[in-house]
Design a protein around this ligand. Sequence first.
Ligand SMILES: [Zn+2]
Length: 167
Amino acid sequence: MSGWIAANFFTLSPRERFLCMLAASAPDIDGAGLLISWDLYQKTHHALGHNIFFGIIAALIFAFCSERKQKMFWLCLGLFNLHVIMDLLGSGELWTISYFWPLSGYELSFEHGWPFYSWQNISAGTLCLAATAAIIYWRKRSPLEFIMPSLDRKIVSFFKADRGKAE
Ligand SMILES: [Zn+2]
């Protein structure tokens, strides 16, 4: 959700906002190892997709699929780094990030991070939901605008109907 919320601060098309959502979650594609085995997951998660090279390549791909290429490249690279920061803060003390993998085995870690299931993460999640609701209400669009436009319209008019009752 963070990618879509961030995208709403910029002038972008629905497609570009969708790409921002993908950019913000793309690093976690390395969690797919879990489908094969826990062991593989432990080795590859926070390495394959959480290094700066992946971030740059992914930003290039997302920029390539966009109209505003330069703006989208920097925005997607920013979202990649925001993802890394949020992971460092909120995925528990055991996780480190292999930011320079495969060139270097150096691992980022943050000792004051909080566990995955914690009030900080729950508050952050609640804030994201509130921000999403505010954007639906004020900007008249939802995170589904690009993939499910008809459902998006329904959600937006639901919020409008709600506002009608409140006034
Ligand atoms: Zn992650």
